[in-house]
Design a protein. Structure first.
Lengths: 137, 316
């Protein structure tokens, strides 16, 4: 089986690594310091940001809510678009007045003569049976 | 209108044909011959009839029969079905035992009539077997057929049908009447209903253009057997002449066959049950005369009965 040998680090390489790390750390520290200074200067120069209240710890609210919040919202009253007209009550039936029959005359008028002769049809003749049904004989 | 009168099947026959042609007259003259031929096949009183031959072969297997006997036996079984067995062709042994063992003219004219005996109930019509393919009949042992009124009605209807080829026709077979077509001019045929208490007088006049009218009664075909009065309407339930409170029953029906069956059923059932039976069949119309001289009829009889019309006044 082949073995890979791990080369040992030389002193020169260690020094190079130290220098690189220190340089990076110094760069980051400098950037952070500059950023803090820039933010303080910006707050002092911006008028809008300078008027914001400073938040501080507040006690628990115990005051009652305003009356407008507790009252139900007002419901608007709709106006009808069409006015419904109730039908008129049915009229009470009117009494029918029947004229009394004229009194019977003691002397009725004579019957009118009819020019056409009146005929009475003869009753249909009783049919004469051609045969008679009876129990067998 | 032409007509012919003759006797056949123990009854007075009339045939009418509403036509004046010579052909119609020739056909009308043939009617007695038709009836003689049918009687030769269907009579139970003739020992040489085909029916008598069939009766003699009861219990001997299948017997091929003529078209005429085949049709009438079938009609008889239809009658048994329509009447729940009240009108059955199997009552011949009972009929003979109670004295109706020969032509009624001989019975009425004083021939010796055997004394009453206990008779067995008539055979069950359902035991009669038919083979349509061979036109054959098989009677079980002891069964003998009487086609009586059914044969007479069949003959009247068959004759009327033949005559109707030449014009409106009516055939009266001893009071059972078949009608084919209204008379020339459209008038129906007028048929009287005999009064059983006053023979010769009419209880009513019926107007018919088609169908049949039949009357069943115990006013005519009756006789004494010993001290017992008998009549020819056998109640198969008792095996004896029907105990009925009806003297005569007339029925109008779409066919004479149905009228014949219905009239006999009503006679057997009696006044109350008979009227119920008729009223349950609105295609029938009935008129009954009871032994107490009550006259009953169904509402449907109004379709046929002639009534004097109310005077009509007209102005010319």
């Amino acid at each position: 089986m082949a073995q890979r040998s791990i080369p040992s680090r030389t002193p020169a390489q260690a020094i190079k690594a130290f220098i690189s790390t220190a340089a990076v750390a110094a760069t980051l520290s400098g950037w952070a310091l500059l950023a803090a200074q820039n933010r303080a200067a910006a707050l002092q120069s911006d008028p809008l940001l300078s008027t914001l209240p400073v938040e501080t710890a507040q006690p628990t609210i115990t005051a009652p809510p305003p009356a407008w919040l507790m009252a139900p919202p007002p419901i608007p009253t709709l106006q009808p678009l069409i006015t419904v007209v109730q039908p008129p009550a049915p009229l009470a039936p009117e009494a029918v007045v029947v004229n009394p029959a004229p009194p019977v005359s003691a002397n009725p008028p004579a019957l009118r003569d009819v020019s056409a002769p009146v005929t009475v049809s003869q009753p249909v003749q009783r049919p004469v049976p051609v045969v008679t049904t009876r129990s067998s004989r | 209108m032409q007509s012919i009168t003759f006797r056949a099947m123990g009854c007075q026959m009339h045939a009418f044909l509403d036509s004046e042609t010579d052909d119609a007259n020739a056909l009308l003259q043939s009617v007695p011959r038709w009836f003689a031929e049918w009687e030769r096949i269907l009579s139970r009183f003739r020992t040489d009839s085909e029916l008598s031959a069939l009766n003699r072969q009861a219990g001997e297997g299948w017997v091929r029969v003529s078209p005429t006997l085949w049709e009438v036996v079938n009609d008889a079984l239809v009658a048994a079905r329509l009447s729940d067995g009240l009108v059955t062709p199997t009552v011949l042994p009972v009929m003979e035992m109670v004295g109706y063992d020969r032509d009624f003219a001989q019975v009425r004219n004083g021939g010796a009539v055997a004394v009453p005996v206990d008779v067995p109930p008539p055979g069950d019509w359902r035991a009669l077997r038919l083979d349509p393919a061979r036109r054959a009949v098989m009677l079980p042992p002891g069964m003998r057929l009487d086609l009586g009124g059914i044969a007479k009605g069949w003959a009247a209807e068959r004759a009327a049908r033949r005559l109707a080829r030449y014009g409106p026709a009516l055939v009266d077979a001893g009071g059972d009447i078949a009608v084919r077509g209204a008379r020339v001019g459209g008038e129906p045929w007028a048929i009287g209903v005999d009064d059983p208490l006053h023979p010769g007088e009419h209880l009513a006049i019926l107007l018919l253009s088609s169908g049949g009218v039949a009357t069943s009664g115990r006013d005519l075909r009756r006789w004494r057997q010993g001290d017992v009065e008998r009549h020819h309407i056998i109640d198969p339930r008792t095996g004896a002449p029907a105990q009925t409170d009806i003297l005569a029953a007339t029925v109008v029906a779409p066919s004479l066959h149905e009228a014949e069956v219905a009239a006999k059923v009503v006679m057997i059932l009696g006044r109350q049950a008979g009227m119920q039976w008729l009223n349950a069949r609105p295609w029938l119309a009935g008129l009954l005369v009871t032994e107490t001289n009550d006259i009953l009829h169904t509402a449907t009889l109004d379709r046929y009965i002639w009534r004097e019309r109310v005077l009509e006044v007209s102005y010319e």
